[in-house]
Structure formats: C-alpha cells, structure tokens
Design a protein around this ligand. Structure first.
Ligand code: ZN
Length: 155
C-alpha cells in the first residue's frame, strides 16, 4: 500500500507526494496495460499548460517514449479529479497510439478544402475517442480495485 497522506477527500494529495503517487500509478498501469517497455516520464503542470484539461500525454511511437502531464488542479483537494483514473486515461492514449493515433490525426488534419461535414465528423470522432478512453480508464481502475480488495481478503 502507498504511504502518502490523504485528507477526508479521497482525491486530495499532499503536493510533495503527488509526484511520487503519479509515478506509482504509471508504473502499476504500465505493467497492467503491457507498456512496460515504454519510457514514461511525468510532470505536474498548471492546467493552462494543457489547455485547461486534467491530463495530457505526448509520445513517440518509434522510440517508445511518452510524457504524461497532470494538472495541479487534479491533485488539489477542491477539484473532483480522480488521480489514478487521470493517469490511466493518459496511459490509454499511449496504449491506443498505434491504431487510433494515425486515424485521428488524419481526420483532424486541417485542410482549407475541408467541408463542414468533415469538420463535424472530425469533432465526432475526437469526442467518441475521448469518451471511450474515459470509460475504459474508469472500468480498469474499478476492476483493479475489486481485484486488490479480493486479494486483501484472501490473505
Ligand atoms: Zn483524453
């Protein structure tokens, strides 16, 4: 079990311990998702740096390197952000990069001749992709917690 302190709010982390927590979640989920060969670094940043989101990821498929940025807001007690789910969400972007990355970037590539329909289609695909990632992240974290609970009980 981890040693960080938590207040009554389960999403609150002491700032100095947040980074350690993020690293722990990355390591745990890299193994679960079969991404252990990847070199994944993490940063905690102001949300303005990641367009107001809770997390952001960038990666290089060839070198198998990724950077995951987590917003300060996500480790702040006043935000309802689930830190582990946010880390899993960003790792799923890395996980899916081989299949979706090219497709989404092609569709999203701006082109002056692009019709309104294509623009709407691109927005739809991007939203559906984000929703799928979010659902998977929640599902995985829930399942993993059930497994951990069962393991604790059987000891
Ligand atoms: Zn996302």
């Amino acid at each position: 079990m981890s040693s960080f302190k938590r207040s009554g709010n389960p999403s609150y982390y002491e700032p100095s311990e947040a980074m350690e927590e993020v690293r722990g979640f990355i390591e745990k989920w890299q193994n679960i998702l079969g991404l252990s060969e990847w070199e994944i670094s993490a940063e905690i940043v102001h949300s303005s740096k990641i367009h107001g989101g809770m997390g952001h990821s960038s990666w290089n498929t060839m070198s198998e390197k990724a950077i995951i940025e987590i917003s300060f807001d996500c480790v702040d007690e006043h935000h309802g952000c689930e830190l582990e789910e946010t880390v899993v969400h960003e790792l799923l972007h890395v996980f899916f990069n081989r299949s979706y990355d090219l497709l989404v970037s092609r569709i999203l590539a701006k082109n002056p001749e692009e019709s309104i329909f294509e623009d709407l289609c691109a927005q739809f695909v991007e939203k559906a992709y984000e929703n799928d990632i979010e659902r998977l992240a929640k599902t995985f974290v829930t399942l993993q917690r059930v497994i951990e609970l069962m393991a604790e009980r059987s000891v």
